[in-house]
Design a protein around this ligand. Structure first.
Ligand SMILES: Cc1cc2nc3c(=O)[nH]c(=O)nc-3n(C[C@H](O)[C@H](O)[C@H](O)COP(=O)(O)OP(=O)(O)OC[C@H]3O[C@@H](n4cnc5c(N)ncnc54)[C@H](O)[C@@H]3O)c2cc1C
Length: 564
């Protein structure tokens, strides 16, 4: 130990779901792990997230009688990744992900439910499924974390009702679709929150965790049970090499510099570079801004740069887990418009007032279209979401409740003063406020109103995929994603190509070893999650397509390096 302040079999940089899964499996195989987290809060974007994991052929779907197989899952991924991801890596994911989930469920207290109606994002593709591959956490009682609860990163604001009350994605969908029993469910959720007197006396933070906070809560509890150390406010600054092998890292902890030895491997699980403006401008399509991301402010690409400094190759650096976002004045992070964009009575247009995509398509593809179709003649970045009074009355949007519950006069003063939501009695007036071509906008609305009556969108096929309809309004017919925009006032919102994190990073093999350009592995160095180039290539197969792999490849590292 001479020259070292501390050592562990695995030094894991980061504290998201992938990092924690790696540490749990390392411990259970008889090894020691240390997690270090740069910020003063653990959990990263994983804690802020929806908490879902995309695990094909998982035991929960089997228990619910939904069929799946490795062959179907592989066919699906092969089709979506267009040969850009080595077959061996895809196969490793398909083989290990269900095993990882079962292990974590049976041994580490991960309590998940299958999202049986949440479709794969491309359910009509070969091997695609109409539901079940995405799983999400049940609620988790934050009191089980004791003093460690306030040290967890809070959920993203878009994951909470009124910025405070939490619910599972399954519950949220039930309420939004107003399925039978939705009133009772709302009452139960709200009463649960307000009747937690002990919690309310402490803070507004909901102690009945769901989504990413529940996932990280469960994993954190498993680490605490195992006495695995997680050091917050400890940033990896530099990797230490001895005879060509990564043997540890120099870290900074509250101004102190420490050297930590990684006996068997060093795992970079420090997220992507979404919060680093300079790296965004360098690698992502432009224009781009860190202000448009919904993800963790601590994810500034440190680990990717540390790997690159050692000669690691990178892939997919121009890509992200995209989604259209709105920047709400007074809120720390952008919000993604996951549900809102496909609900009937709204459209996205470019500067010319023209539609240019299927608004109900998976959020990842929206931003790809925004960039692909962004030209000086028809700028699509930013885009503009247009909707009418009926939409406003019926549906929640960004920071707003439906107008039926929160009329325009009751909107927060800050947002009114910032003129965040544009509103006008005529389309021409709205176009002028947004700086959009009025004739183009009028023509687009005329067209979509006709398509809504016919129930078909021949231009972009909105509402044709089962995925589109998942977030549609099933009470609106003939197409649950299309309704006319014919009731004044009209509204508009500026929409940016935002993200849930970047997905490009260090090139890794099927064992998560970091590779150089010539295909050799860098001894002792591993990368998972958004620090690595995604096993999903340029696609987003379904909800959970980012954390499922992060946890699975962490699990693989532990299985290969530790014990037996
Ligand atoms: C609102 C929202 C909803 C989402 N929903 C889902 C979902 O339902 N399912 C899904 O799969 N994905 C979802 N995502 C995306 C997902 O959360 C991320 O892609 C994933 O969590 C990334 O995991 P990670 O381990 O790479 O990074 P993170 O979970 O962000 O963890 C990385 C950690 O490393 C720390 N770090 C950075 N640099 C250093 C350093 N130098 N030293 C030490 N620590 C460092 C960071 O502070 C951070 O805490 C969502 C994201 C958001 C924002």
């Amino acid at each position: 130990m001479s020259g070292w302040d501390h050592s562990a079999d695995l030094l894991i940089v980061g504290s998201g779901a992938g990092a924690m899964a790696t540490a749990i499996r390392t411990h259970d195989r008889g090894g020691s792990a240390l997690l270090i987290e740069k910020t003063d809060l653990y959990g990263g974007s994983s804690a802020m997230s929806g908490g879902s994991l995309w695990i094909p052929n998982n035991h929960l779907m089997a228990a619910a009688g939904v069929s799946d197989s490795p062959e179907e899952a592989l066919a699906y991924l092969r089709h979506l990744t267009h040969g850009e991801v080595p077959e061996q890596k895809l196969a490793r994911y398909v083989e290990t992900a269900p095993r990882m989930l079962r292990y974590m469920s049976e041994r580490a207290g991960l309590h998940m439910q299958s999202m049986l109606t949440y479709t794969d994002y491309y359910p009509e593709a070969p091997g695609g499924k109409p539901g079940g591959r995405s799983v999400e956490p049940h609620h988790f009682d934050a009191r089980r974390l004791g003093d460690e609860f306030p040290n967890m990163r809070e959920p993203a604001v878009q994951e909470l009702v009124m910025g405070r009350v939490s619910m599972t994605a399954t519950e949220a969908h039930h309420l939004l679709a107003r399925h039978p029993g939705w009133v009772g469910l709302t009452t139960r959720i709200m009463s649960r929150y307000w009747l937690d007197v002990g919690g309310r006396l402490r803070s507004k933070r909901d102690r009945c965790l769901s989504l990413g906070n529940a996932l990280i809560g469960m994993l954190r509890r498993a680490l605490m049970d195992r006495k695995v150390a997680l050091w917050r406010s400890t940033a990896a600054r530099e990797l230490v090499i001895e005879q060509g092998r990564v043997v540890g890292a120099v870290v900074e902890q509250n101004g102190r510099v420490l050297r930590i030895r990684a006996e068997k491997g060093l795992v970079l699980a420090a997220g992507g570079f979404e919060s680093n403006d300079e790296m965004r401008r360098q690698y992502l399509p432009n224009p781009t801004k860190a202000e448009w991301t919904t993800a963790n402010p601590g994810n500034t690409g440190d680990a990717i740069r540390m790997g690159m400094a050692l000669g690691a190759a990178v892939d997919l650096m121009d890509d992200a887990w995209w989604g259209p976002t709105t920047v709400v004045p007074g809120e720390a992070r952008a919000r993604m418009l996951v549900i809102e964009k496909g609900l009937p009575g709204s459209i996205f247009v470019n500067k010319r007032g023209e539609r240019f995509l299927n608004e109900a398509t998976p959020y990842n593809d929206i931003c790809k279209a925004m960039y692909a179709r962004n030209t000086p003649e028809s700028p699509c970045v930013p885009a503009y979401m247009i909707f009418d009074a009926t939409y406003r009355r019926k549906y929640p949007l960004g920071p707003f409740f439906p107008g039926s519950q929160q009329p325009d006069w009751a909107l927060p003063k800050l947002l009114k003063e910032a003129r965040y939501l544009k509103k006008a009695d005529t389309l021409d007036e709205l176009a002028a406020q947004l700086g959009v071509d009025a004739a183009g906008l009028r023509a687009s609305i005329e067209k979509i109103n006709r398509y809504a009556r016919e129930g078909r969108d021949p231009d972009f096929h909105r509402g044709e995929s089962l995925f589109d309809r998942y977030y549609g309004d099933e009470k609106v017919q003939p197409n649950p994603c299309l309704a006319p925009l014919d009731k004044a006032p009209y509204y508009g919102l500026v929409v940016y190509p935002g993200d849930l994190g970047t997905k490009g990073g260090l090139r890794t093999d099927a064992s998560a070893r970091v590779l150089t350009k010539d295909g050799a592995s860098i001894d002792g160095l591993y990368a998972i999650g958004n620090t690595s180039a995604s096993v999903m290539g340029r696609t987003y197969p379904g909800a959970g397509g980012t954390m499922g792999p992060a946890m699975t490849f962490g699990y693989i590292i532990a299985e290969e390096l530790i014990g037996g």
